[in-house]
Design a protein around this ligand. Sequence first.
Ligand SMILES: Cc1ncc(COP(=O)(O)O)c(C=O)c1O
Length: 393
Amino acid sequence: MSEARGAAAEIRQIPLAKPWLGEEEVRRASEVVRSGWLIQGPHVEEFEEHFAAMVGARHAIAVNSGSSALLVALAALGVGRGDEVICPDMSFIATATACLFLGARPVFVDIEMRYSALDPGRLEERITKRTRAIVPVHYAGHTAEMGPILEIAERYGIATLEDAAEAHLARYAGGRFAGTLGALGIFSFTPSKPMTTGEGGMIVTNDEALARRGQVFRNFGDHGKFNWSELGFNFRMPEVMAAIGLGQLARLEESVRRRREIARRYTAALSGHPRIATPVERTPEDTNYQLYTIRIRGGGAEASRGAAGRPRAAPADRDEVARRLAERGVSTRLYYPAFHHQGVFRELGPFDDADFPNAVEHERTALSLPIYPGLMEEEQVYVIDHLLDVVAE
Ligand SMILES: Cc1ncc(COP(=O)(O)O)c(C=O)c1O
């Protein structure tokens, strides 16, 4: 019997993600509740200032979710009916549905296999006269290939909006922070992120005019004193969320440091395994390891047909690995299936899997492992041992 099998006698339950909150957040949130000043108060302003300073942006605009941040940022760029917005074929759904809400059409580009982000080599072929914005996504907290993406965007005079929802404190090529390289960047603060406010989001930019437009769209399109000259949203961040966010900002660097440490341990134990591909780093600072996503090699490589006759990624050994790990208490998940397989985009099709081979491969083989600051060393070892055991079966 292997060691892992022996350890399985006492099965642990290990979630995929867990927020890291402390007394400081409790104190700050309680203060807000006691004050009775629940919206448009000093905490949101302070949170914006501190967040902007942390990532080196001139302006930060706090909103009530990352999805809201995407909508506000796209609206600030003037994206609307008839426009096209280019994004990768693999991300969280909000990246692309934000375009649909504004009447624009998301145009999908395949991902590259190193960082699982928008492939700059496939970008130019999707640019048309209608392209209004390019939205690279820093998947799993790994920065996308921003150098070539920005070069192409600038050559065509198209704005870049970075979806840095997962990429707090990641630095592109070890330099500027994710979210500050394009015209605008957005972040999410849901509980699985390196910092959380429950729900919450942030838009950052160095452009004064875009910042002003963002503030207007976040607040009903109000240009001041009930002057509603544009269609806006109510996406303001409540004070309690900003208070929690201020507490979380204080521990963000440590949160990311711990994630990188866990990732180092995982990679040291798993890399070189014939059935496991571990994440690739451009530099250690290029990623915050919001997710630790491996690929499971081998098994059902052929494409199959879904119930509607639509080509779909075949269920692979990955699903079996996930199932067996779940039996041993280890939560894992596919982040994310390909956009062009999602029913919500059916009217944009038909799509051909052959245009998105890497996103299809990702959908078939990717598996994210538990990672969060409170994941104890023995739990990391438990995940590693059981994964190695399961892939050997
Ligand atoms: C890449 C990406 N974009 C957008 C979002 C949307 O953020 P939220 O869930 O805060 O609305 C998320 C996260 O959940 C995400 O991971």
